[in-house]
Each structure stands twice: as structure tokens, then as C-alpha cells.
Design a binder for this molecule. Structure first.
Ligand code: FAD
Length: 320
């Protein structure tokens, strides 16, 4: 069984979720055999390729066509299907993301493959191919059997350790024909809802709650977020009250985030808010109430007044 991993990039940088996917594929190959090949599309920074070998890739293929930079879904699906067949793969591994979902759905049809999303664990191979996936925003897990010959596994972000002990691999440049039809629908321009980093993709999120008392106090949240190159989020009441735009609302009924670091400031930690943040790798909570439920989900907690702590924290970060 050969395994192909689809690599996502953002402005030329390989996403850490894709390194997780490669590490997952490498662990899968140790268990079941099969070479791990990876495919990167569009412009990718030279210095980033080494990480793929370290994460366990044994062959690296790159199609450097600039038209692939903007995540043209049909074109990506077309390329992946071609390379999948060329490397004689039976499993495709990719990161669960907006682009990953769109590409995976198309490939499931093209390759007649069983698709399982939100995968968190390596498959059980003694009884067929049975893989663990997360459901109900991470509250429960189910084992899903994939009886098809071809399989697509979309790996949930922040669930896999990234390997760094693999060996260097030479990148093989591919020149493959791209029919014009795969560019039938293309993105001609992108506009963010506001100037800041997008929440669902952010590596760090700084989020504020109702305890901040009003929109006039968001300057310190923005300062902290800017000092960390972080996206800004908020709790539901904050956006309901119109203190912050709705697209910043994090939680069960808002945006689900999966950053490396989530900083929650003056947010109580209601279950509906936690449902949107529990995929975060590390959670820091700042709250003046030591009994606030958020502390139970926190890796680090600071009990105190946000109006004192946040400016000091920002100053310390800027001084680094
Ligand atoms: P509060 O509960 O008012 O908490 C404010 C916190 O700030 C308190 O813990 C307080 O101790 C602290 N605080 C006050 N002053 C300071 C200070 N100076 N310094 C430090 N800490 C301070 N909520 C979401 O966020 N996202 C959702 O997606 C969502 N979906 C929902 C769906 C449903 C169906 C329902 C019923 C509710 C949903 N909610 C959601 C609302 C949720 O139940 C909570 O009401 C909400 O998350 C509370 O927001 P909060 O923590 O900002 O405010």
C-alpha cells in the first residue's frame, strides 16, 4: 500500500497541519508498510521542503505552476488524482481544512474512495481498515470502517505529533498537463472581512468576553493580538451586543478554531464557547474569578483583572 499526502501551503509556507498529515502517514506506513510520497502544488518556499523529509516523507513531488497558488480546487483535485495513480497509491492523507474538505470530496468521487474526515487516530488493521474519528466537536469518537480499495483520510488539526527525525529527500519537479477546463471557476480576488488574520486558519487567537465591559476596551485586545500576530476572537454575547463583528464570534454557533495557542480574556468558559476552541493545542485563560469554568480547560491560567494583566503581558511580549 503506497500513501500519498497532499500538502497545503499559505503564501508559500507549508502549513503545520500538512506536516501533521505527513507524520500521520509515516506512522501509518510503519504499521502497514507502503512508501510515503507527498505532493506540493504552486509556489513553495525552498527552505520549507526539508520539513517534509523530517516529518517522514520518502518521496516529494512538486508542481510549481503558479496558477495553482490560489487553491484552485478543481485543478488541485485533478493533479492529486494524476499523481495518486502514478505512485500507485491506495491511501490519500490530507489535513482537514476548508481546502482539504473541498478537494477530498471531489477526489472521493474521482477515485471511488471511502472518505473519513476528522481522523484522530491510526487505523486498526486487524479487522479491516477501521479508523478513529472525532465527532460532536471533539466530545466523542467513533470507529469507522473503510471497506473500499481506495481511502481518503482527512486528519484533524492539532491531533498528531509532528515528526522531526526523518531524513532529507530530494524534491522532484513534475510538469503535468493542466487542461483549461480545471480552471473553469477561478478565484479572481480575495478580500478579508477586515484587515486582520483569518480566525479559522490562525495559529494564535486572542479572544475577549463580556467581562471587558464594552467595545471601547478592545484596544488592549488588539494590541496583544498584534504583538503576537494573532487573530482576534470574541464570545457570543460580545458579538450579539455589537461590540465586535459577528465573524469574530467563536464557539458552537460561531467559528471553530484550532490554533496552537488560544488566549481567552474575561470569558467565563461556557460549554458552547468551549465547543469552538477545544481543538486548540494550548489554552491560556485570564479571568478575575478563580471559579470560572474556563480554568478547567486551560493549560495556563492567570487569576486577575484583565485591565491590569493584558497591558503588562503585551509590554512584556513587545520587549522580547
Ligand atoms: P460572561 O458569562 O458574562 O462571562 C464574563 C467573564 O468575564 C466572567 O467569567 C467574569 O469573571 C470575567 N470578568 C469580568 N470582568 C473581568 C475582568 N476585569 N478581568 C478578568 N475577567 C473578568 N457563547 C459563545 O461564546 N459562543 C457560542 O458559539 C455560543 N453559542 C451558544 C448557543 C446556544 C444555543 C446558547 C444557549 C448559548 C450560546 N453561547 C455561546 C452563550 C454561552 O452560553 C455564554 O453565555 C457565553 O459564552 C458567555 O460569554 P462570556 O463568557 O463572554 O460572558
Amino acid at each position: 500500500m503506497s500513501i500519498l499526502v497532499y500538502i497545503e501551503q499559505d503564501q508559500g509556507k507549508i502549513k503545520s497541519s500538512s506536516l501533521e498529515a505527513v507524520s500521520y502517514a509515516s506512522a501509518l506506513s510503519e504499521r502497514s508498510g507502503g512508501k510515503v510520497s507527498v505532493l506540493g502544488l504552486g509556489t513553495i518556499a525552498e527552505e520549507d521542503w526539508a520539513q517534509l523529509g523530517q516529518a517522514g516523507a520518502e518521496a516529494i513531488y512538486h508542481v510549481a505552476d503558479e496558477r495553482l497558488n490560489s487553491g484552485v480546487i478543481q485543478a488541485h483535485a485533478h493533479m492529486i488524482a494524476l499523481v495518486y495513480q502514478q505512485v500507485n497509491a491506495s491511501t490519500l492523507v490530507l489535513a482537514k481544512s476548508a481546502l482539504g474538505d473541498a478537494v477530498a470530496a471531489r477526489l472521493a468521487v474521482k477515485l471511488n474512495a471511502g472518505l473519513v474526515s476528522n481522523v484522530v487516530g491510526l487505523p486498526e488493521l486487524s479487522d479491516g481498515f477501521v479508523v478513529k474519528r472525532s465527532i460532536f466537536t471533539g466530545k466523542a469518537f467513533v470507529d469507522t470502517a473503510i471497506p473500499t480499495e481506495n481511502r481518503i483520510l482527512a486528519i484533524k488539526k492539532n491531533t498528531q505529533p509532528i515528526k522531526t527525525d526523518g531524513t532529507a529527500v530530494i524534491v522532484e519537479k513534475l510538469t503535468l498537463e493542466l487542461p483549461e477546463s480545471v480552471f473553469a471557476a477561478k478565484i479572481t480576488g480575495k478580500e478579508k472581512a477586515s484587515g486582520e488574520i483569518l480566525l479559522p486558519e490562525a495559529d494564535i487567537v486572542v479572544s475577549g468576553g463580556r467581562g471587558l465591559n464594552g467595545p471601547e476596551n478592545w484596544g488592549m485586545i488588539e494590541d496583544l493580538a498584534d504583538s503576537l500576530h494573532a487573530a482576534r476572537g470574541c464570545s457570543k454575547p460580545v458579538s450579539d451586543l455589537g461590540w465586535r463583528p459577528h465573524h469574530e464570534h467563536v464557539g458552537q454557533t460561531g467559528v471553530k478554531v484550532a490554533p496552537s495557542l488560544y488566549i481567552a480574556i474575561a470569558i467565563s468558559g461556557a460549554i458552547q464557547h468551549l465547543a469552538g476552541v477545544n481543538a486548540s493545542r494550548h489554552i491560556v485563560v485570564i479571568n478575575k474569578d478563580p471559579e470560572a469554568p474556563f480554568f478547567k480547560a486551560a493549560d495556563y491560567g492567570i487569576v486577575g483583572d484583565a485591565f491590569e494583566i493584558v497591558p503588562k503581558l503585551t509590554k512584556a511580549i513587545k520587549a522580547l
